[in-house]
Ligand binder design. Structure first.
Ligand code: TPP
Ligand code: SF4
Ligand code: MG
Length: 356
């Protein structure tokens, strides 16, 4: 049985092989007021470039709404609409369903249109997780939710989110004389939770703003997948992470090179590690010490050796104890029988009919 797949638009969603093949045309231009070195804004630019002109973008409240759409100005060239903090999943699903109904009733030309909804980590990994989860169960609709992760509620002055790393200083977790480490919880594994729990999602991936071509290709794969898709992209924030804006790209790379952030994708119901993450996992590259990444950021300036050591141990565990490094945050008991892929097993058991 097959899941009904929506046709992707006739614009180019093919894989970009080299930087020279990146489309020249911009659909996210100047006219925004994000901080210098803001990688979240770069993520928006990549999204728009990769998706092209036949696209509707829905943006949840956060820096990428507030700083991007000051009164009477906008950097968006494609149609853009604000949606509530926590509503990216429902906005994506609703827009996709709405377009389908209008086309079926003949009120809109029947043509494939990309629907992309973005949210921050506060809006997606915390407040809007249930809406994203619900949306990813609707295999009959084609849309892409992109969570841009700057690791805090940045727009409202850097409050701690479920995506904030262990020990980081935020306005909710200041360091002090009595207590050096105020934030003692480990970063939530949002994409791992989503990939493990949503068997009908068509495409789920992680990305990093420092790996632009990889990210743009993932945006295209998500849009071309024909069903519900989700990408979690890490993007350094000079204001919240307290570093010189010129280090944005370097820090994005270090997040992957230290193994703190992993690059992977689930396509056709199979998980693949990508790029540097794959090279580390297969022994072709060595993980860098987490200190190289953490020590360049003011939010970890209070760290002592013991704090770096603890952080390193937790990251090591991601690579030694997790079933898939950086993806599935548990191991399995030795000797546990595992499902083996068989030639005869059908991919999916029965067709899902159109519900609108
Ligand atoms: C329901 C609701 N609660 C609180 C707010 C205030 N608010 C606006 S933006 C924001 C931060 C959002 O953080 P995140 O989603 O991580 O996006 P970022 O600002 O980091 O880009 C908050 C708390 C709001 N707009 N709506
Ligand atoms: S606070 Fe961070 S995410 Fe927000 S505009 Fe500035 S750099 Fe970008
Ligand atoms: Mg945020």
């Amino acid at each position: 049985m097959t899941i009904a797949v929506d046709r992707p638009p006739d614009v180019d969603l093919s894989s970009i092989k080299t930087v020279k093949q990146v489309p020249y045309t911009e659909y996210f231009v100047s006219g925004h007021r994000t901080c210098q070195g803001c990688e979240s804004a770069l993520v928006m630019r990549y999204i728009a470039k990769a998706a092209g002109p036949r696209t509707i973008v829905l943006g949840s409240t956060g820096c990428m709404y507030v700083a991007n759409t000051s009164y009477y100005t906008t950097p968006w060239v494609v149609p853009w609409m604000h949606t509530q903090l926590g509503a990216a999943g429902s906005a994506a699903l609703g827009a996709s369903a709405g377009l389908k109904v209008l086309m079926r009733k003949g009120k809109l030309k029947d043509e494939p249109i990309n629907v992309i909804a973005f949210c921050g980590d506060g809006g997606g990994a915390d407040m809007g997780l249930s809406a994203i989860s619900a949306a990813l169960t609707h295999a009959e609709y084609r849309f892409l939710v992109i969570l841009y992760d700057n690791e805090s509620y940045a727009n409202t002055d850097i409050q701690l989110s479920g995506s904030t790393p262990y020990g980081a200083v935020t306005t909710f977790s200041p360091t002090g004389k009595q207590r050096r480490i105020m934030h003692t919880r480990w970063k939530k594994n949002t994409p791992g939770a989503l990939v493990a729990g949503h068997p009908d999602a068509a495409y789920i991936a992680t990305a990093d703003a420092a790996y632009g071509v990889d990210f743009m290709n993932k945006v295209r794969k998500g849009l071309a997948s024909g069903g519900p898709a989700f990408i979690h992209v890490l993007d350094p924030c000079p204001k919240g992470w307290h570093y010189d804006p010129q280090l944005s790209h370097e820090l994005g790379k270090l997040a992957v090179e230290t193994g703190i952030w992993s690059l992977w994708e689930m396509e056709d119901h199979v998980v693949k590690l990508n790029g540097t993450t794959r090279a580390i996992a297969s022994g072709r590259a060595k993980r860098k010490p987490v200190r190289e990444y953490l020590a360049q950021q003011g939010r970890f300036a209070h760290f002592k050796d013991e704090d770096y050591d603890l952080f390193q141990r937790r990251v090591d565990e991601q690579w030694t104890n997790w079933l898939i490094p950086g993806v599935v945050s548990f191991g399995i008991e030795a000797g546990t029988p595992l499902n083996m892929p068989t030639q005869s097993a059908p991919a999916v058991s029965e067709a899902i009919s159109e519900s609108v």
